[in-house]
Design a protein around this ligand. Structure first.
Ligand code: CA
Length: 225
């Protein structure tokens, strides 16, 4: 899952980044409202952590704009103001939850999990993605192949999810790397090859096709069903 965090406090931002990366999120960290908006415009996020006190824009305005575009991405707001009226106002604006600074990192991770559990389902099938005999459940990091569960690591899951979401196109190595890593994380030069290799071992050699010199693509359904 890819998460966008807007937080201008370097110490807190880096602690949250580390804590959430460790539990399996790809975290993109921005420190201003301007970068928050440009990231949202160019990337898909499953979750947002938003500090209200950013240097160039009030978090309330960013949240209001997000919801006025009918983007339902779950948002946890981080605020220094913990009064009842502040908290009520945030929930009314469309925040899914809030944390008052200072907060515990374990509590943040637990709140993220809890908000994700109650996040609205995008379609009638638990948000599941299908491709032939393959079924992915992005909210649960869960995959079945011919209705048998296949245990995948988080990074294997992300590569497969990116391929399924873009099943009608060839995904370049750098597009897949983007699914694997948050910004600023070090990227192993052969990481994508390695995860594709593991996925083929678990799901058979046919499902993911190599397009020489370009990248990878899922085999059309009829060829592996
Ligand atoms: Ca701040």
């Amino acid at each position: 899952m890819r998460l966008l965090m807007a937080e201008d406090d370097a110490l807190l931002g880096s602690a949250v980044h580390k804590a959430l990366s460790r539990v399996g999120f790809a975290v993109d960290w921005v420190q201003s409202g301007r970068h928050f908006e440009s990231s949202l415009a160019t990337h898909h996020y499953d979750f947002i952590i938003l500090d209200l006190g950013l240097p160039d824009e009030r978090g309330e305005n960013l949240l209001r704009q997000l919801r006025s575009r009918r983007q339902r991405t779950p948002v946890i707001v981080v605020t220094a103001r913990g009064g009842v009226q502040d908290r009520v106002a945030l929930l009314d604006l469309g925040a899914d939850d809030y944390l008052v600074k200072p907060f515990d990192l374990d509590e943040l991770a637990a709140r993220v999990r809890s908000v994700l559990r109650r996040a609205p389902v995008d379609d009638g099938s638990d948000g599941a993605l299908e491709h032939g005999a393959l079924r992915l459940y992005p909210k649960r990091f869960c995959v079945t192949w011919n209705e048998e569960p296949v245990p995948l690591t988080h990074r294997e899951f992300w590569v497969l999810e990116a391929l399924v979401r873009n099943r009608n196109q060839v995904m370049s190595r750098s597009q897949l790397e983007e699914a694997l890593y948050g910004w600023g994380e070090e990227v192993d030069s052969n990481a994508v090859e390695v995860y594709v290799h593991y996925l083929r071992r678990k799901l058979g050699p046919e499902l993911i096709q190599t397009v020489r010199g370009v990248g990878y693509q899922l085999a059309p359904v009829r060829e592996h069903a």
